[in-house]
Design a binder for this molecule. Structure first.
Ligand code: DQQ
Length: 572
């Protein structure tokens, strides 16, 4: 049988008939899109407390909101298979962002302007507590257009039915907009002139753009003459997100807030790199433009990322009940499509993260929402433990396949740290060259998670401290190279530089471990790395957890707390 793999993400165009080139952003495998899954009974990689549906493919989180005290998560879903295709908006609700109840599909192709797919978008709460969704529809000519959907019944707090007003589509790719690069409307915000604004991801040639639209009534949208922001050589900007953060507190803000004590974050999912990049800046209301503080361009190599591992197409929302901004992100698989078809599913949503501006104003900080602590059980508490050079200590008493571990290291001196070579500018490369098995001086030290008893399999999350001319540099790594004895897996090692002073603040690492996912937060959320791994030996009760130090210097564990995690209740 001749299998049809149409294209790889971001690399070429897809001819879907009608003589029109349409770019999809996912691997399109036509013969598997509606392939009946074999429902494998051996499922060691399904997660215990991450969000995932019973089966099939999922990708981007869409339109998260809180409405009448209920959290809503919509997401891109293929109802018929474990690879991307047949895309609709699936829907689940929760009272705590941990336990979820699924509802019927909220938005599926039903009108001309979404007949070939209901792609990503966002929700906005309009005055009078009225939610509205803007999403990308694929029309009969396979053009990307923007549609509006509103709840059928506002007194249903679960917002189970959505209707599409007759004015759809409300934005179309005219006047030079590329019909295959025009998607993913953001949450809208209101300017001081009372008009709504929304941005749509786009590109012209290789220049990425956040096209700006304005509207008085949320139905009639007029394109602004200039984009909110654009940047050369960045390719297609997917899933733009634009929101204010407070400069002097960790409290979240409604998306329309602006003023002197506010900075703005502009996030883009760069289709060419498949990573979520963000910039911090100000929102110039007069010009209706985003002005990055450091002239950031999304392509200068040192750009900020939410997560230096697997995390894409993310989206925030303002949780008005807890006055916080929450970030959702999609974690895709690291195995092959055929394996996904065999296991019957693909994709997981990351644990929602509380997000705020760091005190330095130079980056954001992310931390798992406090509600997941409800799942903690069987606490382990270590204090003041010497972690000698070359040692590996097992953390006993925790269900190591499904756990939350938070460890802090104290370094008494940085004197013996290795010298930093100024050419080591790329942390991911540095982590691959200096993996966990490469001896160092101050580090590598950290956690070995999802590990087999004899350490044949292990995912290492660790730090190394270097000394440049002056001061120091902290490197945080997630090394998947020995995560599984299995073949044909993406075992890329990830890395990030961590902006903390280890002598003043110590070095902390929290890892959320969930069978095939490890979400790690370094320096209390200043650098995040998510890994996707598929051990063969280290599954279920055969999983172990260790702390290790492969440097020549001793370090001290000032505290280690670990908990087994209960299963989240997800009802399908
Ligand atoms: N996924 C959606 C698009 C978006 C992409 C399609 C990002 O709307 O650009 O499923 O992962």
């Amino acid at each position: 049988m001749a299998f049809t793999v149409v294209r790889f993400i971001g690399l070429c165009s897809l001819l879907l008939g009608y003589g029109v080139h349409v770019e999809a952003s996912h691997l399109v495998i036509l013969h598997l899109q509606s392939h009946q899954n074999t429902t494998a009974t051996h499922q060691p990689y399904r997660t215990g407390y991450h969000f995932q549906p019973a089966k099939n493919w999922i990708n981007d989180p869409n339109g998260p909101i809180i409405y009448k005290g209920i959290y809503h998560l919509f997401y891109q879903y293929n109802p018929y298979g474990a690879v991307w295709g047949n895309i609709v908006w699936a829907h689940a609700t929760s009272t705590d962002l941990v336990n979820w109840v699924h509802h019927e599909i909220a938005i599926k192709p039903s009108i001309d302007s979404d007949i070939n797919g209901c792609w990503s978008g966002s929700a906005t709460i309009l005055p009078g507590d009225k939610p509205a969704i803007l999403y990308t529809g694929i029309d009969p000519q396979n053009r990307q257009v923007q549609n509006l959907a509103v709840p059928k019944n506002l007194s249903d707090q679960f917002l189970r039915e959505w209707i599409k007003p007759p004015q759809n589509p409300v934005m179309t790719p005219i006047d030079g907009i590329n019909a295959s690069s025009f998607r993913d409307p953001s949450t809208a915000w209101k300017g001081s002139d009372g008009r709504w604004r929304v941005i749509i991801g786009s590109k012209i040639d290789q220049q990425g753009k956040a096209i700006l639209y304005r509207s008085k009534d949320f139905i009639h949208w007029v394109r602004a003459q200039h984009p909110l922001h654009s940047s050369n050589n960045t390719g297609m900007w997917e899933c733009p997100d634009f929101f204010p953060v407070s400069v002097n507190s960790t409290v979240g803000l409604d998306t329309s807030v602006n003023g002197p004590s506010v900075k703005h974050v502009l996030k883009m999912s760069l289709n060419d790199k498949l990573h979520d990049y963000y910039q911090i800046g100000t929102y110039d209301l007069k010009m209706d433009k985003f002005v990055p503080v450091d002239n950031g361009s999304f392509n200068n190599g040192s750009d900020l990322r939410y997560d230096y591992g697997k995390f894409y197409a993310s989206k925030t929302f303002f949780d008005s009940s807890m006055k916080r901004r929450i970030l959702w992100g999609w974690i895709n698989e690291s195995d092959s499509e055929q394996v996904d078809v065999n296991k019957g599913w693909s994709g997981v949503q990351a644990i929602p993260r509380n997000l705020w501006l760091d005190k330095t104003g130079k980056q954001v900080v992310q931390w798992p929402i406090e509600e997941i602590e409800k799942l903690h059980e069987k606490p382990i508490d270590w204090h003041n433990t010497e972690l000698k050079a070359g040692s590996v200590l097992e953390v006993l008493g925790v269900t190591a396949s499904q756990a939350d571990v938070d460890v802090s290291f104290d370094l008494s001196t940085l004197e013996n740290a290795e010298n930093m070579d100024p050419s080591w500018a790329n942390p991911q490369m540095l982590c691959s060259e200096k993996g966990s098995s490469v001896k160092g001086s101050l580090g590598p030290f950290g956690l070995l998670v999802l590990a087999s008893k004899g350490l044949e399999e292990q995912t290492a999350i660790f730090f190394r401290v270097f000394k440049p001319e002056k001061s120091f540099v902290v490197l945080m790594c997630s090394d998947q190279s020995r995560s599984s004895l299995g073949q044909d897996l993406d075992k890329t090692t990830y890395g990030a530089f961590l902006d903390v002073d280890p002598l003043q603040e110590g070095l902390s690492l929290r890892s959320l471990i969930d069978h095939s996912i490890v979400e790690s937060f370094g320096g209390k959320g200043k650098a995040c790395i998510t890994a996707r791994v598929y051990p063969e030996l280290a599954i279920n009760e055969n999983v172990h957890l260790f702390v290790f130090n492969n440097g020549t210097e001793n370090v001290r564990i000032s505290k280690l707390k670990a908990w087994s995690m209960k299963k989240a209740q997800i009802t399908y």
